[in-house]
Design a protein around this ligand. Structure first.
Ligand SMILES: O=P(O)(O)OC[C@H]1O[C@H](O)[C@H](O)[C@@H](O)[C@@H]1O
Length: 564
């Protein structure tokens, strides 16, 4: 396409206007607030149950207007509508991007290649609900007639991070009599630790893999099957005849699969009746509200799972219909662009003030970094601007006593999202419930300190010795978004995840990259396969670089020394 039809991002007038605006410099947040008493009210938006305050950002009305013009010029809204319609906006894989169809109401019509996909989505949800109910009620029995008490999800990447994160988030809503474990690492220690105290007769394995070819997952699933069959073989001679045909009956009671690849699932020995399907238009990192969420549905029950889907949908509707100036995912996406492209910010911190959100940022790392860690445009031309940031963070208040020092007084600009709740969830009572206000006092104190800092005059006024004044001064002017909700319910979780999904979408659209492929993970997989025989058999692997050859030799020497 000629540049006049599709101008390079950095040549667009909206981009250069932003660059000029940035070069003019911004007053300190202290001054911006002092000059505008209504700033906190004006720079806040409600999206579903979320209250977003973005007043502590290094922006003015002009910044916002320019960012919105950039969004319009780069076609964010047209691409958004194309995504919701089911157009194949994942250009490199020629696929539709329809995670939003996973939470569409039963009567919606969303077509891919002329077929309405919504009935299929609900058929799978219903099948999952039936299965989840049977596990939860104890109706589903294992091979020896015992009820299932342990659920082990085996998956990696999007087939692990989503369910593992959401299980942790919604722990207060889970069936406490069931045990849930999530195994992802091909390091045998992961499966070992997850199963060592479990009774195989009471254990269900959920093998979660979109492709059903992922080496880590298939290896762990194969080892899990051996663990199960060995236990039955050793312990239950009455079942021995079944093991002559590979223990299919035992596998049928203890293994289910979540996948898009029926052929591979059958090849592994899992009954198609025990397969819960999803489709190629669901990206791995956008999949935990599909069949990939089965472990979560067993944990919280189908009703709560549907509440979570309703939360996702609420945010989808907001993203589709809210005007630009009040559109939360759009605002978050554009603010990220402001810092990443015009302030050279390298990273973005997500700091939840909830213990239950301990895996939230790890989940967002895949969502954001696998989606927008790209350096070519949708048409294959190199980008000449920064794309996705490094996303990181752990729950407050823990981070405050570790790395916040660098955010407050280091040399780097680190925009941060603070996520907190007005009420603790569910079971907490007495003193533990009362601790919530202390947690949230920290939450509010941190964004205040980051924005407003502490001037040298204020430090001196406290009688601090002059030689310490510089050390104890806080520059402030550190940008944060505050996301506040009443309580961390299944619906609120769905709203939060969809908020970030659409934020990532907005950024990818502006940067003109394909946010829905992940070719960058392929090379390592191919090389691992090539190197493996050198480790296991000492085979000569042609084409290894000298550094890797030397490392492999050292590895084998160490390995053999240990074995001898
Ligand atoms: O679900 P699977 O097909 O097993 O894929 C698991 C994960 O591995 C891949 O390499 C991709 O990088 C991820 O996007 C994906 O979620």
């Amino acid at each position: 396409m000629a540049e006049s039809e599709f101008p390079k991002l950095t040549h667009r007038p909206q981009w250069t206007a932003l660059a000029d605006h940035r070069a003019e410099g911004q007053p300190h947040l202290r001054e911006l607030f002092a000059a505008d008493p209504g700033r906190a009210q004006r720079y806040a938006v409600r999206a579903g149950d979320l209250y977003l305050d973005y007043s502590k950002h290094l922006i003015t009305d002009e910044t916002l207007a320019l960012l919105q013009e950039l969004a319009t010029a780069t076609g964010v809204f047209a691409l958004r509508d194309a995504m919701f319609r089911g157009e194949k906006i994942n250009v490199t894989e020629r696929r539709a991007v329809l995670h939003t169809a996973l939470r569409a109401p039963r009567d919606a019509v969303i077509e891919v290649d002329g077929e309405n996909v919504v009935p299929k989505v609900h058929a799978v949800l219903d099948k999952m609900a039936g299965f989840a109910d049977r596990i939860r009620s104890g109706e589903w029995l294992g091979h020896t007639g015992k009820r299932i008490r342990n659920v082990v999800n085996i998956g990696i990447g999007g087939s692990d991070l989503g369910p593992a994160m959401a299980y942790e988030v919604l722990r207060p809503y889970t069936a406490r009599e069931l045990t849930f474990r999530f195994v992802s690492n091909v390091d045998g220690a992961d499966l070992h630790e997850a199963t060592r105290d479990l009774d195989p007769a009471e254990t269900l394995f959920i093998v979660a893999s979109k492709t059903f070819t992922t080496i880590e997952t298939i290896t762990n699933a194969t080892s899990a099957r051996s663990w199960l069959l060995k236990a039955f073989d050793d312990g239950g001679t009455s079942h021995s005849s079944e093991f002559e045909n590979g223990g299919e009956k035992a596998v049928a009671k203890h293994f289910v699969a979540l996948s898009t690849n029926g052929e591979k699932v059958t090849g592994f020995g899992i009954d198609p009746d025990n397969m819960f399907e999803f489709w190629d238009w669901v990206g791995g990192r956008y999949s935990y509200d599909s069949a990939i969420g089965l472990s979560l549905m067993i944990a919280i029950g189908p009703g709560r799972f549907r509440e979570m889907l309703d939360g996702f949908r609420l945010m989808d509707d907001h993203f589709r219909t809210a005007p630009a100036e009040a559109n939360a995912p759009l605002l978050l996406g554009l603010l990220g662009i402001w810092y990443g492209n015009f302030y050279d910010a390298q990273s973005h911190a997500v700091l939840p003030y909830s213990h239950y959100l301990s895996k939230f940022t790890a989940y967002l790392q895949q969502l954001d970094m696998e989606s927008n860690g790209k350096s070519v445009q949708r048409g294959g031309e190199p980008v000449e601007w920064q794309t996705g940031p490094v996303v990181w963070g752990t729950p407050g208040t823990n981070g405050q006593h570790a790395y916040y020092q660098l955010i407050h007084q280091g040399t780097r600009l680190i925009p941060a999202d603070f996520i907190g709740f007005a009420r603790p969830v569910g079971e907490l009572s007495g003193e533990l419930k009362a601790q919530h206000d202390l947690l949230m006092a920290n939450f509010f104190a941190q964004t205040q300190a980051l924005a407003f800092g502490k001037t040298a005059e204020e430090v001196r006024a406290e009688g601090v010795p002059e030689e310490q004044v510089a050390h104890r001064t806080f520059r402030g002017d550190h940008p944060t978004t505050t996301i506040l909700a009443g309580e961390l319910t299944p619906s609120v979780l769905g709203q939060l995840i969809a908020l970030y999904e659409h934020k990532v979408f907005v950024q990818g659209a502006v940067w003109n990259i394909d946010s829905f492929d992940q070719w960058g993970v392929e090379l390592g997989k191919v090389l691992a396969k090539r190197v493996e025989p050198a480790l296991t058999q000492g085979a000569d692997v042609p084409g290894l670089d000298p550094s890797t050859t030397a490392l492999v030799a050292a590895y084998r020497t160490l390995k053999n020394a240990q074995e001898n």
